[in-house]
Ligand binder design. Structure first.
Ligand code: NAD
Length: 289
């Protein structure tokens, strides 16, 4: 079959694909293609599917399918393959890294030393040990975060109305309603998919209910945290926030987020480790083969 690869994928996955299929990287070949391989930024919507009616499958190297209209694909018999779970550990480790960096100011301290400064007293940080972490969504990623966080001495709460009580017990975390969790956590980490119900889940009101000085981390999807409301909350009750995902990616030049206080930003790198990048590409491609 003819397959067009529209975003960079791991070389091992490409090798496997080439063993069985005719691979192109040229969008012009889409009209002839039976398959496309994508990652985060290609939108497979009705318009795309109308334009390329020969398509029989979509390979999304990664987890979330927000950029693929699954219903429309199903209607047309276009199969969709992704690789759930392949990058969970990588994202969970980034969450821990963001938490540590926020409380110890590692990112700022690095810049400061490189500017020739030696301001130890500016870096009086906080400790994770003894704090409370609230996980919003309790799927693959936050279950790993919970395990890592407990090793650091954090108390872990979780909110996920779609899971049964036994699962929370098995992972030894306290199940909670969202608003109670928000009010009780020193760190809130968001791990839900972007859906109409989760759009702006963290808007002005909920951000306002977070504890004074608390930290919000979003490594899930842009749009779940209202960015304008977040900037306001950073000037009032929030102690800080860490964002790996944004309403608009790449983050536009001049975005107000770039100058907001106590905000640590990373360019959607949650899944970007050597192992996770390979696994998410190879696992998705293997399903097609
Ligand atoms: P998952 O599919 O394993 O779990 C999602 C969980 O969210 C499910 O348990 C579901 O019941 C729960 N959920 C759905 N709606 C909810 C709601 N309104 N309130 C509370 N819980 C709700 O997902 P995962 O693998 O843990 O991934 C979590 C998020 O991380 C997703 O948004 C995914 O797209 C994102 N992600 C980001 C990166 C990155 O590079 N930053 C990489 C991988 C995944």
């Amino acid at each position: 079959m003819k397959v067009v690869v529209l975003e960079p994928i791991h070389e091992k996955a490409l090798e496997l694909l080439k063993e069985k299929h005719e691979v192109s990287f040229d969008e012009k070949d889409l009209a002839e293609a039976e398959g496309v391989v994508i990652r985060t930024y290609t939108k497979i919507d009705k318009e795309f599917l109308d334009k390329f009616p020969r398509l029989r499958f979509v390979v999304r190297c990664g987890v979330g399918l927000e950029n693929v209209d699954e219903k429309e694909c199903k209607k047309r018999g276009v199969e969709v393959f992704n690789s759930p779970g392949s990058n969970s550990n990588a994202v969970a480790e980034l969450v821990m890294g963001l938490m540590l960096s926020h409380y110890r100011g590692i990112h700022d301290a690095n810049h400061s030393v490189k500017k020739g400064e030696w301001n130890r007293n500016d870096f009086l940080g906080g400790e994770l040990n003894g704090k409370t972490l609230g996980l919003v969504g309790f799927g693959n990623i936050p279950r790993i975060v919970a395990r890592l966080a407990k090793a650091f001495g954090l108390k872990v709460l979780a909110h996920d109305p779609f899971l049964n009580d036994e699962l929370f017990e098995k992972h030894d975390v306290a199940k909670m309603d969202l608003n109670d969790l928000i009010a009780s956590s020193d760190v809130v980490s968001v791990h839900v998919p972007l859906l109409p119900e989760t759009k702006n889940l963290f808007g002005e009101e909920r951000l306002g209910w977070m504890k004074k000085g608390s930290l919000l981390i979003n490594t899930s999807r842009g749009g779940i945290v209202d960015e304008t409301a977040l900037i306001q909350a950073l000037k009032s009750n929030l102690g800080g926030a860490c964002l790996d995902v944004f309403e608009n990616e790449p983050l536009p030049a001049g975005s107000a987020l770039l100058t907001a206080p106590n905000l640590l930003l990373t360019p959607h790198i949650g899944a970007m480790t050597d192992k996770s990048f390979k696994d998410m590409c190879v696992e998705a491609v293997k399903k097609v083969l």
